[in-house]
Design a protein around this ligand. Structure first.
Ligand SMILES: Nc1ncnc2c1ncn2[C@@H]1O[C@H](COP(=O)(O)OP(=O)(O)OP(=O)(O)O)[C@@H](O)[C@H]1O
Ligand SMILES: [Mg+2]
Length: 306
């Protein structure tokens, strides 16, 4: 079932088939985060793994982008390199006009604290702090002042006004993840990066969190990138990028659950055909289950979030 949320008018494209290709296109003028020639190699010699292989990607400002692909395809590595949590082996990353690959550790820490927001599968809240204190933590750590108007907007959007005094243990999983999302947004970051933010949540909580992330784009003008295995989650996005073996293999605008499942099926069939032709690429390991595993897992998980 496709979701009926409104997409920003400037997001081009129809719900056609995923565009397959090695690159997600050149950086448009309204790009908020761009990776060019991104390569990440872990280990060396026999243990060398090419996690990212010459990836070009551009994320548009004020949009919701999902990244999908089999386990081990490089999704987290791409997100970590684009968010300055990991250094690429080669290539450049520009976030909101800042070339992060050229920053030193101190500058990078400052950029992460002030311009980027993170949401992880494990909510990573501080158990001794209240929801309100967890939300404002990034501002407090930077010894900044909480913008009260923005705080109120985020708290309303996240729907936790009645729970601000509660500690994480007194909140449901979905509420905790919404606190984590609010914390990611409190600094009005250039981009929010979320790595499987609904991976630990039931379908109702997933929907709450995704609805909030969607609202943060539509109503608060944020830019959000979410890594997910679930077509239901991807259908909340304006665009889905598909990774396989460390490369971008597809780019689907205006996704629906059905079009995402169809695209995953196409990519897994291609991957199987390549493997049986003996031409499996030497990129990233492909990970547990490979593309076909991901497609069937995705088909199982379809609609989880609705
Ligand atoms: N710190 C590391 N050291 C060595 N290899 C790594 C490291 N991190 C990731 N890799 C390898 O890089 C490849 C890409 O990993 P990555 O975590 O980006 O995959 P993923 O697409 O996020 O997978 P998943 O869906 O399972 O989270 C994999 O082959 C993985 O084993
Ligand atoms: Mg991952």
């Amino acid at each position: 079932m496709a979701v009926s949320h409104q997409r920003p008018a400037h997001v081009a494209g129809s719900a056609g088939p995923a565009h397959a290709g090695g690159s997600a296109g050149p950086a448009p003028a309204d790009s908020i985060a761009t990776a060019t020639g991104l390569r990440k190699v872990y280990g060396s010699g026999d243990t060398e793994v090419v996690a990212l292989d010459n990836v070009d990607v551009s994320i548009q400002r004020g949009t919701f982008t999902a990244i999908m692909g089999p386990s081990g395809s490089g999704k987290s590595t791409l997100m970590h390199c684009m968010a300055g949590l990991d250094r690429p082996t080669a290539g450049t990353v520009v976030v909101d006009g800042e070339t992060i690959s050229s920053l030193n550790e101190r500058q990078l820490t400052k950029l992460r604290r002030t311009r980027l927001g993170f949401v992880f599968q494990a909510f990573n809240l501080i158990p001794t702090l209240t929801a309100k204190e967890n939300i404002t933590l990034p501002v407090d750590l930077a010894r900044g002042h909480v913008n009260q108007g923005w705080f109120e907007r985020v708290v309303d959007a996240v729907g936790l006004r009645d729970h601000l005094g509660h500690r994480p243990a007194e909140l449901s999983g979905g509420q905790q993840q919404r606190v984590a999302c609010a914390r990611a947004l409190i600094t009005q970051p250039s981009v929010v990066f979320a790595d499987e933010p609904t991976g630990n949540l039931d379908s109702v909580s997933s929907r709450e969190v995704l609805t909030f992330l969607r609202q943060s784009v539509d109503e608060l003008g944020q830019s959000v990138v979410v890594v997910t295995h679930d077509p239901g989650t991807a259908a909340f996005a304006d665009r889905v990028l598909f990774l396989a073996d460390g490369a971008i293999v597809g780019d689907l605008p205006s996704p629906s659950v059905d079009s995402v499942i169809e695209a995953l099926r196409t990519f897994s069939e291609r991957s199987r055909a390549r493997a049986s032709a003996g031409g499996a690429s030497g990129g990233a390991s492909g990970g547990a289950g490979g593309a076909s595993g991901a497609a069937s897992a995705a088909a199982r998980g379809a609609g989880d979030a609705r």
